[in-house]
Design a binder for this molecule. Structure first.
Ligand code: GLU
Length: 493
């Protein structure tokens, strides 16, 4: 059996981090089993239609590197589709749903319902008042064929509902959760075709998964309670039921479902902050899945080899930004300076530190700047803050330790010698940085922390930070002299 799985987002406008994980696990499962991974767009809810949403989501997915074998793809800015089981956009499959609903109407597994919205609202209110669970009361279940025909001819509005038998258990197996049972008495006669002629998600998903030969349905646990309806539909059609896998929710630190209210949840948010795709993907793989050993850094190839559904946990995985930052920081450090520089430029422009022209003209200098900070950022946007020390005209003494350090008794002497050394030299390269401290130590006897710490404060305003010779190289002669002058004035006041 050829494994075929799918990620089936609705075009809401962004890919939620939970959706990313669903996509990733589907993709990994397909790769591991030499199967196919499909991306289908579920856009049957016309009220939630968002212009440009599909394109945006596909762009996010392309950025993550989770590539699908079949489905909707972007061809430049245009939507296109690949694969033999299309169309892969549900709104382009309406005739297919119409054909299949006929089968269910004929077998008596579905029926026309003419109830008006007013009537449905009214029974709902009554049920509420009586403290009953709300739901459809089956009013149209037994309308005769002739009457249905008459009402259709009269042009009455209708929906088509699934006709659940009374008191029947529906069972299915979930690879993560084991057997799940639900009784039809706890289920509403689900609408399959809406009054606008569009299918509901529940109907379209079953028809499409069957026709697209999906073998494993791997999706978020919010769909678990819908699955009995789907299983019933498979049975009504006489189709083989796929394997189900419901992934645990992604939770925030308070163990609540991760939502927009708790900060970033869209793949785009992370892209905009300058996370690296391999960092986000690596981290998200670990939210809900654990490898056999304690390995934490995984390339996509390693994930493809090691991933298994057996090691997906039943309980929710907690989304831990600190851990994400740690993983992403690892990939930033591993990247070439050129890659990080290219990614950093837009943030430096946005911060007003450089112009687009500087970005070209001072590229080599920018690379030096980035190499100083590359070790110290978890995502690229952080460079705006961290780079500030190189662009400010005046430094700002950040902490008490810094303020104390520049009041040290030996500071005036140290500053004079340091200033003289800088004035004597033409260019400040890393070698100069290394040499100058040795010379100062020799000449003045000032050494170790007494030497480096105050100089660091003079140059950056901070008592801790990147390698000093590098900092000096990036600052350059004039800025160093300005900063010495600034501190001198400060001490004189
Ligand atoms: N369209 C559904 C969603 O947006 C997909 C549910 C499923 O995978 O069956 O989450």
């Amino acid at each position: 059996m050829l494994v075929r799985v799918r990620f089936a987002p609705s075009p809401t406008g962004f890919v939620h981090i939970g959706g990313l994980r669903t996509a990733l696990y589907n993709y990994l499962f397909a790769r591991k089993n030499d199967g196919k991974y499909i991306l289908r767009i579920e856009d049957t809810d016309r009220e939630r239609y968002v212009e440009g949403a599909i394109e945006g989501m596909l762009k996010s997915m392309a950025w993550t590197g989770i590539e699908h074998d079949e489905g909707v793809v972007l061809d430049g800015e245009r939507l296109s589709q690949k694969g033999d089981f299309g169309p892969y956009i549900q709104s382009q499959r309406l005739d297919i749903y119409q054909k299949h609903i006929k089968t269910l109407l004929e077998s008596g597994d579905a029926y026309y319902c003419f109830c008006s919205k007013e009537r449905l609202d009214k029974i709902r209110e009554e049920q509420k008042a009586e403290g009953l669970t709300t739901g459809y009361d089956g009013h149209c279940r037994d309308i005769s064929k002739e009457e249905v025909q008459k009402r259709l001819e009269a042009g009455e509005q209708y929906v088509i509902r699934l006709k659940f038998p009374k008191g029947k258990d529906i069972r299915f197996n979930d690879i993560i959760r084991g057997e799940v049972v639900m009784n039809t008495d706890d289920l509403d006669d689900q609408v399959l075709i809406k009054s606008d002629g569009f299918p509901t998600y529940h109907f379209a998903v079953v028809v499409d998964d069957h026709l697209m030969k999906i073998t494993h349905i791997i999706r978020g646990e919010e769909w678990l309670s819908s699955t009995p309806k789907h299983v019933y539909l498979y049975k009504a059609f006489g189709w083989e039921i796929p394997q189900y896998v419901h992934l645990p929710n992604i939770l925030n630190r308070d163990h609540k479902k991760l939502s927009k209210r708790h900060g970033d949840v869209a793949v785009e948010d992370f892209l905009n902050k300058g996370y690296l795709p391999e960092g986000l993907v690596n981290y998200i793989a670990l939210v809900g899945w654990s490898p056999e050993d304690n390995q934490e850094i995984f390339s996509m190839e390693e994930l493809e080899k090691q991933f298994s559904l057996e090691r997906v946990s039943k309980s929710g995985g907690v989304f831990d930004v600190d851990k994400l930052n740690w993983v992403n920081g690892h990939y930033i450090r591993e990247s070439s300076v050129e890659r990080i520089t290219d990614l950093a430029i837009p943030y430096l422009v946005e911060a007003g530190y450089i112009t687009e022209i500087d970005a070209k003209e001072k590229y080599e200098w920018l690379k030096d700047l980035v190499s100083v900070l590359q070790e110290r950022i978890s995502y690229i946007a952080e460079i705006k803050d961290k780079a500030a020390i190189f662009f400010r005209t005046e430094i700002e003494l950040k902490d008490d330790e810094s303020k104390e350090l520049i009041r040290a008794e030996h500071l005036p002497q140290l500053l004079d010698v340091f200033k003289a050394k800088i004035e004597e030299t033409e260019t400040i390269n890393e070698d100069f940085g290394k040499r100058v401290f040795k010379e100062i130590q020799k000449e003045t006897g000032i050494k170790g922390p007494n030497l480096f710490k105050p100089i660091r404060v003079v140059l950056t305003g901070e008592s801790h930070g990147p390698d000093l010779p590098l900092v000096m190289k990036v600052l350059g002669r004039q800025k160093i002299l300005n900063r010495i002058e600034y501190i001198k004035r400060l001490l004189d006041d």
